[in-house]
Design a protein around this ligand. Structure first.
Ligand SMILES: CC(C)(COP(=O)(O)OP(=O)(O)OC[C@H]1O[C@@H](n2cnc3c(N)ncnc32)[C@H](O)[C@@H]1OP(=O)(O)O)[C@@H](O)C(=O)NCCC(=O)NCCS
Length: 188
């Protein structure tokens, strides 16, 4: 990787190419919009309930990531990416801008790994890096929600506590209600 932030790390799955996880600056986030768009399009096409309905068009996905990049520039979000030689493989965000009475909290959001890179530990590496970034930002409590059993297993492995499930909280990309589980993790 040519420009590597100081907090980046590399790991290599068995028999796999090197993957780098790094936190993006605002400018890097804007530059990463095309790669992030590919990941989001792939996840929605694969049936993930991540705010969008299918079919998700490229312009809507690009607009979403441009808004995220603007949020990074404004210090409202921390955006991490996992990359390999082909580009962005996965991503996760921390929404650090919270109400005045919750300065210690952040929401973990949009944990997405392209189907070409799943089951290699990329999600786990993104989670570890996100938690470290949250600690560095002075956060002591993280919250997230998910409709994905794959994600639930990742979060439970990472020490997150499942609070409960809200039935019919959202829709699947192709339609039909899906339940959503809420998790938290106290950072120590
Ligand atoms: C949830 C998600 C992010 C997980 O990403 P991932 O990169 O596949 O996660 P990991 O590789 O760390 O873990 C996934 C599985 O691979 C296994 N694994 C990790 N490294 C491995 C390796 N080298 N060889 C074989 N298996 C491995 C893990 O043990 C885990 O197993 P399990 O699911 O049976 O418990 C991904 O499935 C995804 O993007 N889903 C769609 C979007 C979504 O719903 N996101 C959640 C929104 S909250």
């Amino acid at each position: 990787m040519d420009s590597v932030c100081p907090d980046s790390r590399r790991y290599t799955g068995e028999g796999e190419a090197t993957v780098t996880v790094r936190t993006l600056t605002g400018a890097e986030a804007h530059a990463a919009v095309p790669g992030l768009t590919e990941v989001l399009l792939d996840c929605v096409a694969g049936g993930a309930s991540v705010s969008f309905m299918a079919p998700l068009d490229r312009a809507t996905a690009e607009s979403f990531w441009s808004d995220v990049a603007a949020g990074v520039e404004q210090g409202e979000r921390i955006l991490l990416v996992a990359e390999d030689r082909e580009g962005v493989l996965g991503t996760v965000q921390l929404v650090v801008a919270q109400p005045p009475n919750q300065p210690h909290r952040a929401d973990l959001s949009k944990m997405l790994v392209h189907r070409r890179g799943r089951r290699r530990g990329v999600g786990a590496a993104l989670m570890q890096a996100a938690e470290e970034a949250a600690r560095a930002a002075g956060k002591t409590l993280l919250v997230l929600d998910t409709a994905s059993p794959d994600a639930e297993r990742l979060y439970e492995r990472s020490g997150w506590v499942k609070v409960g499930v809200i039935p019919n909280f959202a829709l699947w990309p192709e339609g039909g209600f899906c339940d959503t589980a809420f998790f938290y993790k106290a950072l120590v």
